[in-house]
Each structure stands twice: as structure tokens, then as C-alpha cells.
Design a protein around this ligand. Structure first.
Ligand code: HXC
Length: 519
């Protein structure tokens, strides 16, 4: 055989090896995966990245386990596909666990492949997307699997706030395996087909005697609406991967860059509808999303955690083509009150936006923190403090619009100037006070009212007196606590101008190892 013939034969052998490897766990396992409504690891990657951009690495990696006959087993690419691709033309690092290969279980080499991807993503400043579908620690490998998880957690933490990290949960994710996604920035769960739990239904039954099925324990709906562990629920793998692509259209590749600007309609104006949405009666509800959709670029509002703590909206959007993060009270749910879950949800989103140079726009209409034994004993002080802390430490441009109620601690907490907001504006009907006029009058004029010959008349007169004094935006404006009082129709333009002025914001903080946010 000539040298050239030799090379051709070796190349054919390589091709055959690669093709065999690409079949993963084999056709029967692939069929089983499809029959469950799941895609394979490779199909998922192909849907995730721009067509033809995926470059796989470490396909030939082989496990080193010799226990329980494992040395005689082929485990293609150690059950995880890793590599690089592009999304919207920008580089991303990806790992996708292959359930068709030994249940996507995580052994030493599987973990090393993920760690390598994490390290390279940090080196090259690009997001990491992890697609999880795994039976967890590879039981045959024992402590080597645990070493692997530890190494991944360490890297998740080191990458936090440096590069965006997004987790798709597309199958089981149990035991300690849940903690890698939990450290990442966003979790997308596929409904019915994915679960996250520390221990499954059988262990729960054995320990607490509770009967529960796996989706009720840790399915997509539970983690999106009850626990707040997940950020998005998708109906299918395809939808989950589209959500990843959508998130990445709002965020930069790393904390060293800014989100890309997008085209927008330069003739877009806030319509007159904006006058009709917010009732002047502070007790009446409305949907804050109606306001946001009028103010931000058309179809750009993209809610994060839309099913959790719905009294607080967290969302990405664009204004004049620029990506922003929105924090907004939702008067339609629990009057937009601040509670434990709303504080947790918004604080984490504020910190994500701040870490990745995304300006924060806050819309305020809240009666305050929710009173009650449940909230107090649940630690509303500790959780609410996160919100104050998150805004106070943020250094991105921050613009706040007070639409109506802004009372007491909630006035301070919702991105007031006092916590570092750059520009705060109020609508003319806004009420910025220590508390609502009714409650205030009942306390400070209690004697007056009770000793009056006409108590109800006196109460109403005192309420009016308090309202005239404080329940308007002008007292705060007279102190310079807000930058101005605006016509609601000016809301979009004023935000654009404020963001332009503050776009060169540069805040330097004294050196410290890190702060100690109340967790
Ligand atoms: C080794 C595993 C495995 C694992 C699944 N497999 N999980 N192999 N280690 N953890 C293998 C199965 O033996 C099987 O191999 C193949 O993957 C497909 O699994 P099935 O059971 O046939 O699939 P299915 O019926 O869909 O059930 C999926 C499952 C179940 C619910 C995930 O496999 C399961 O309960 N697995 C074990 C889960 C677990 O307890 N993991 C350890 C968690 S502790 P064959 O050869 O038959 O095809 C943990 C600690 C981490 O993760 C700590 C980090 C800090």
C-alpha cells in the first residue's frame, strides 16, 4: 500500500469511527428517547445553534472506570456532547448530556469534558449553555463522579457574573446534579419531560411518608410557579432551545461587553391609551404589562419567571433598540405588594442585569411590604433586604418611573434615588408618602377624630389634608428626591434620554473581597 492509500484507508477508518460514535447509545435507545417526546443530545444542539456552526470537541474521550465490568463497556464520548457554536452569529459553548448513553450519567471523564468547556468559555468570554438529561452521578464510578460534580460547581461559581450561564433541563436532573443548574443564571424546564429534585418520590415516601409523583414533586410547573427554582417552562425541547436563543438576544457574551443594539421603529410613539390604563383610585387594579407594552419597543417585552411571584414583573425589553432589564410591580396580583418571593425574584434579576451591563428600568406602583405572621416568620426582613442590597450595589444606569403608589419602605426599596437610581420620575397622580392617606390620618389624627362631634367628617377632612400635603409627587420633587413630574406620554422619551445621559456612568467602589448580601 502506498502512503497515500494508507492515509485514505486511515481516513475511512476515522470516518467510520466517527459515524459509529455519533449514534450514541444506538438506534434502539434513540427510538426510546424519541418515543418519549425527547430529542437526542445532538438534535438539541443542532436546533440550538445557528445552522452548521457546531464544532464538537473531545468526541473520542473514553471513560477510565474498571469497576463492575465497566472496562469492557464502550460509553461513546462518555455520554456528553461538548463543543462550540454560534447563536445569532455570536460564539457560545455548549454541553448536551446524552441520555441514550448510559442514561447520560456523569462519570469522571464526562465531568472533565464539561469542566473543559466551562474553562474555555471563560477564557474566550462566551456564554455556556448546558442541556441536562441525566440519571445523575454514574453509580459505578463512585467518588470519581462526585469529584466531577464538585469541579463543575466550582466553575459555575467562578463564571457567575463573568459569562452568562443558561441551563436547559430536558430530562431527569436529580440529587446533587441539580446544583449546577441552580448556580447558573437561567433554568428552562421542559414540561412533563423534566424533573429536578434532591431526592425522588421513593426516598420522599421512605423519609417523610408523603406520596407524590415525580412531576408534582419537581416538574416544570412546580419549579416555575411554586419554588422559583426555574425561570421558564417550555412545552417541548424545541421551545426550550428557542427560549435560550431569545435570552441571548438580550444579553452580552460576557461582563466585558454590552448587549447588541437591535433595529427599532424610530417613529414609535407612546399612544394616548397610556392615560386610560392606571386608575386614579389607588385601590383599583390594572395590568402593568399594558403600560410596559406601550413604552418599550414593539414586541420586545420578554418576561423572566412569568409564573413565579407574579406580583412583581421581571423582564427583558428594548427601548430604542437597546436591551434593558425591567423590574415592575404588578397591581393586578396582590395589588403589587412586595413579599418574600417578589423580593427574591427581583433581587436576582437586578444582580444579573448589573453584572452584564444591562440598564435597569423600574416601574413603581406598590402599597408596600406585605404584613402578616407568615411573611415575618418567613423572613421578609431578610428577603426584602436583598432587594435594597441589589439596587444599592448596582452600578448600571438605573431609571425609575413612579406611576401611582409609592409608600414607605417600598418607596425606598423600589429603586429610589436614595439607593442610587440615576433618574426618578413620577406621573402627576403619583403618591409618594410614608403611607396611604387613610392609614396616616387614622394614626396621627386618632384623638382628633374620636373626640370630634362628627368623626367621619373630621376623618375625611384630615385624610384630605394629608393627601394634599404628601400624597402627590410634588413634595418629593420639591426636595429634589425625584428628577421631575412627567406627562405619562413622555415616559418612553424620558427613559431614552435618561439612558443616553447615564450611558457613560462609571462608579468605582472601594476594594473588598465581596459584600455580604443577606441570603
Ligand atoms: C449509571 C445509569 C444511571 C446512573 C441511569 N443509568 N442512571 N447508569 N449511573 N446514575 C443507566 C441505566 O442503568 C440504563 O442502562 C440507562 O441508563 C437508562 O436508564 P433507565 O433506568 O432504563 O431509564 P428510565 O427508565 O428512563 O429511568 C431514568 C431514571 C433512572 C429515572 C433517571 O435511570 C434512575 O433512577 N437512575 C438513577 C438515578 C439516581 O439515583 N442517580 C444517582 C443520584 S445521586 P442500560 O445499560 O440498562 O441501558 C447523585 C449524586 C450527585 O447524582 C451528587 C453531586 C453533589
Amino acid at each position: 500500500m502506498s502512503e497515500a492509500e494508507n492515509m485514505i484507508s486511515l481516513t475511512a477508518e476515522l470516518k467510520a469511527k466517527k459515524e459509529k460514535l455519533s449514534l450514541g447509545g444506538g438506534q434502539a435507545a434513540i427510538d426510546k428517547q424519541h418515543a418519549q417526546g425527547k430529542l437526542t443530545a445532538r438534535e438539541r444542539i443542532n436546533l440550538l445553534v445557528d445552522e452548521g456552526t457546531f464544532e464538537e470537541v473531545d468526541k473520542f474521550v473514553r471513560h477510565r472506570c474498571v469497576y463492575f465490568g465497566q472496562d469492557k463497556k464502550e460509553i461513546p464520548y462518555d455520554s456528553v456532547v461538548t463543543g462550540f457554536g454560534k447563536i445569532h452569529g455570536k460564539k457560545v459553548a455548549v454541553f448536551s448530556q446524552d441520555f441514550t448513553v448510559l442514561g447520560g450519567s456523569l462519570g469522571e471523564m464526562h465531568a472533565k469534558k464539561i469542566m473543559k468547556i466551562q474553562d474555555l468559555a471563560m477564557r474566550y468570554s462566551m456564554p455556556v449553555i448546558g442541556i441536562n438529561d441525566s440519571g445523575g452521578a454514574r453509580i459505578q464510578e463512585g467518588v470519581d463522579a462526585l469529584y466531577g460534580y464538585g469541579g463543575i460547581f466550582l466553575r459555575n461559581t467562578a463564571a457567575s457574573g463573568v459569562i452568562p450561564q443558561i441551563s436547559v433541563i430536558a430530562g431527569p436532573c436529580a440529587g446533587g446534579a441539580v446544583y449546577s443548574p441552580a448556580i447558573t443564571d437561567f433554568i428552562i424546564m421542559v414540561d412533563e419531560l423534566s424533573q429536578m429534585f434532591i431526592t425522588g418520590p421513593l426516598v420522599v415516601k421512605a423519609v417523610t411518608n408523603e406520596d407524590i409523583d415525580k412531576n408534582s414533586l419537581g416538574g416544570a410547573m412546580v419549579h416555575n410557579s411554586v419554588s422559583g427554582v426555574a425561570h421558564f417552562a417550555a412545552k417541548s425541547d424545541e421551545e426550550a432551545l428557542n427560549i435560550v436563543r431569545k435570552i441571548l438576544s438580550y444579553v452580552p457574551s460576557s461582563n466585558q461587553s454590552k448587549p447588541d443594539d437591535m433595529p427599532y421603529d424610530v417613529n414609535f410613539k407612546v399612544s394616548e391609551k397610556i392615560y386610560k390604563i392606571v386608575p386614579l383610585n389607588p385601590k383599583k387594579a390594572y395590568d402593568m404589562r399594558d403600560i410596559l407594552n406601550l413604552v418599550f419597543d414593539k414586541d420586545s417585552l420578554f418576561e423572566v419567571q412569568p409564573l413565579f411571584a407574579q406580583n412583581m414583573i421581571t423582564a427583558f425589553a428594548r427601548i430604542s433598540g437597546k436591551a434593558v432589564g425591567i423590574i415592575a410591580n404588578q397591581p393586578n396580583i396582590l395589588a403589587g405588594v412586595l413579599d418574600i418571593d417578589a423580593s427574591d425574584k427581583s433581587s436576582r434579576f437586578i444582580r444579573f442585569c448589573d453584572a452584564f451591563n444591562i440598564p435597569i428600568i423600574t416601574f413603581v406602583d406598590t402599597p408596600g411590604f406585605l404584613p402578616g405572621v407568615g411573611q415575618e416568620h418567613g423572613g421578609v426582613i431578610r428577603h426584602g433586604a436583598k432587594l435594597l442590597y441589589a439596587y444599592s450595589e448596582a452600578t448600571v444606569p438605573m431609571v425609575s418611573i413612579i406611576l401611582r403608589k409609592s409608600y414607605g419602605g417600598a418607596y425606598i426599596a423600589m429603586a429610589s434615588q436614595h439607593l442610587g437610581a440615576d433618574f426618578v420620575y413620577a406621573w402627576p397622580n403619583a403618591e409618594i408618602a410614608v403611607m396611604g392617606a387613610d392609614g396616616a390620618a387614622n394614626i396621627i389624627f386618632a384623638k382628633d377624630i374620636s373626640t370630634s362631634a362628627t368623626p367621619e367628617e373630621t376623618r375625611q377632612a384630615r385624610i384630605k389634608e394629608y393627601k394634599d400635603m404628601f400624597n402627590n409627587p410634588y413634595c418629593a420633587a420639591s426636595r429634589g428626591y425625584i428628577e421631575g413630574v412627567i406627562d405619562p406620554k413622555e415616559t418612553r422619551d424620558i427613559i431614552i434620554t435618561a439612558l443616553d445621559i447615564s450611558s457613560t456612568k462609571c462608579v468605582r467602589k472601594p476594594a473588598r473581597k465581596h459584600g455580604n448580601i443577606p441570603l
